[in-house]
Design a protein around this ligand. Structure first.
Ligand code: GLC
Length: 548
């Protein structure tokens, strides 16, 4: 691929800011725009290029902002529209791009559209949502279940009909088969693009369109009492509620809008089966989304053959259009998931080395760069409705959402206020200020990795050559003059390098700099980046970063 065809995001690493937990500027215990704006220089120092900010719109906060009551405002909890503008301006001044989180699958039940829709069956807004009569003989219209537990339908006494919600009852699903609703969102996109945002992370991007006949979903496994909502959801094949082909026409429309602003459309395509062919359909068309998160890295066990299948299949299906992340605000943090303690942290960093070198757009979740593990939030301090409403704390997401630790102290520098919305305390060594002061810290390693990824033009170009096979515990590949290898096995393993002289540019385990020919023995776990040293005698000397 010629450099000319690179888009601005192709060189960048993204960073997810869960705004409630990033930095509190006004001492009320909840993160906000003034807090975030103050910390942008940290993100620039770290070397990320794109900041994704989770929802900040006016909201009753039943799902902490993913229940939007006004798509073109800022909730006072997070500041004002002026604070938002300041944040974007400051980010741009620092060379950072900003994505905001668009939540089009559902609104809040407090959104004026839903209020009108609910209060009057003849309202023009009735058709913005999915209303259906009870099934013959009574009960919900079909067997669809909510991600967050129970039926996906709630009965409305006044109109004697049910409305659909694939998440909480306070998050009614919007009807994307309604052309007026479609037009409303054109305006929402334009509103924020005119305020200079650089693109959108699209929530539940695979869910917008529903099969309007609303047939029952086939059931794959029997449900059992005591199953978590996630497990119950997984017992069904989501043939009619998710991943409908009609989604493509919405993204075609949005792509045309986005292109006018050179903006990025990044979808959350969270298909439980992690089927790369299905995810790739969202990004492979030239008129679809630019990038889609592929969530397999968050669900694949640390086991070489599982990892091999995950990455080879994904890159076969979508060679350059996926987005990678090891953690998010919805799943346990990588170090906790990958064994905990030092082992979990080592694996997470090694994993990041590989994800940063693969084609696609990698993202960090706030605190990944510090090696943070989940916090075990005491039951009486849990806030996530998934935990609280189902009396099933194991399924909640609070552990990965606790505040970002900035500096030693009772609230880890997150807030000056008395209390933070989730417990903020952390060990001193987990904080930004302590790790910034220690050259060997996880934070400095990530910073180095980010700098290398930006410098190495090989890693922004198309193409990848696998250097090891599916039976190897080392996942190794070459992109131009850069080689990446990850030992995902339990014991050290030798990795054969292509011919030539190589320099160890980064290792998750040892200092960089060594010259290496033919092979390197990788620790378990270890992720490395090696750069080819131009051969002085062959006359094939290339400028650094030039491709083969
Ligand atoms: C997405 C968000 C998650 C939210 C859900 C409903 O999966 O990442 O946090 O609860 O959508 O909006």
């Amino acid at each position: 691929m010629a450099d000319g065809s690179l888009r601005w995001w192709d060189r960048e690493v993204g960073y997810e800011v869960y705004i409630r937990s990033f930095a509190d500027g006004d001492g009320d215990g909840v993160g906000d725009f003034p807090g975030l704006t103050e910390k942008l220089d940290y993100l620039a120092w770290l070397g990320v290029g794109i900041v994704w900010i989770t929802p900040f719109y006016p909201s009753p906060m039943c799902d902490f902002g993913y229940d939007v009551a006004d798509y073109t405002g800022v909730d006072p909890l997070f500041g004002t529209l002026d604070d938002f503008d300041d944040c974007i301006a400051q980010a741009h001044q620092l060379g950072l791009r900003v994505l905001i989180d668009l939540v089009p699958n559902h609104s809040s039940d407090r959104h004026p559209w839903f209020q009108a829709s609910r209060s009057d069956p003849d309202s023009p807004k009735r058709g913005y949502y999915h209303w259906r009569d009870p099934a013959v003989g009574g009960g919900p219209p079909n067997n669809w279940v909510s991600h967050f537990g129970g039926s996906a339908w709630t009965f409305d006494e006044a109109s004697q009909q049910y409305y659909l919600h694939l998440f909480l009852p306070e998050q009614p699903d919007l009807n994307w088969s309604n052309p007026n609703l479609v037009r409303e969102f054109d305006d929402v996109l334009a509103f924020w693009l005119d305020r200079e945002v650089d693109g959108f992370r699209i929530d539940v991007a695979h869910g917008l369109v529903k099969n309007m006949l609303m047939p029952d979903n086939p059931q794959r496994f029997a449900t059992a009492p005591g199953m978590s909502p996630r497990q119950v959801f997984g017992c069904y094949e989501h043939r009619y509620d998710l991943d409908q082909s009609g989604n493509a026409s919405i993204y075609r429309r949005w792509r045309a809008i986005a292109e006018r602003y050179d903006a990025l459309l990044l979808g959350e395509v969270y298909l439980r089966e992690n089927n790369p062919d299905r995810v790739s359909r969202y990004v492979s068309a030239q008129d679809g989304l630019h990038r889609a998160f592929y969530f397999a890295p968050m669900h694949t066990p640390w086991e070489p053959s599982a990892m091999w299948s995950t990455f080879r299949d994904a890159l076969d299906a979508a060679p350059r259009d996926l987005s990678w992340a090891i953690s998010s605000h919805d799943d346990p943090r990588a170090p906790s998931r990958l064994g905990g303690g030092e082992m979990g942290q080592s694996r997470s960093l090694a994993y990041s080395v590989m994800l940063f070198a693969l084609p696609g757009l990698p993202f960090l979740y706030q605190g990944d760069e510090l090696g943070l593990e989940d916090v075990d939030v005491p039951l009486d301090q849990r806030r996530d409705p998934v935990a609280i409403r189902n009396q099933n704390p194991a399924d909640g997401r609070d552990g990965c959402r606790t505040p970002m630790p900035w500096s030693p102290g009772p609230a880890a520098g997150f807030t000056d206020g008395a209390e933070s919305w989730l417990p903020a305390a952390r060990e001193d060594g987990e904080t930004v200020s302590v790790q910034r002061g220690e050259q060997g810290s996880i934070l400095h390693k990530y910073r180095k990795l980010l700098a290398l990824r930006r410098e190495r033009h090989d890693l922004h170009a198309e193409g990848l050559e696998w250097l090891t096979g599916r039976t190897s515990s080392v996942i190794g590949f070459r992109r131009g003059d850069t080689v990446c290898a990850l030992n995902a096995g339990d014991v050290p393993a030798e990795f054969q390098l292509p011919p030539g002289q190589w320099r160890l540019a980064f290792s998750s385990r040892r200092p960089a700099g060594a010259a290496i020919t033919s092979a390197i023995v990788l620790d378990a776990p270890e992720g490395v980046l090696l750069i080819r040293v131009p051969d002085a005698d062959s006359g094939l000397r290339r400028p650094p970063g030039a491709r083969l």
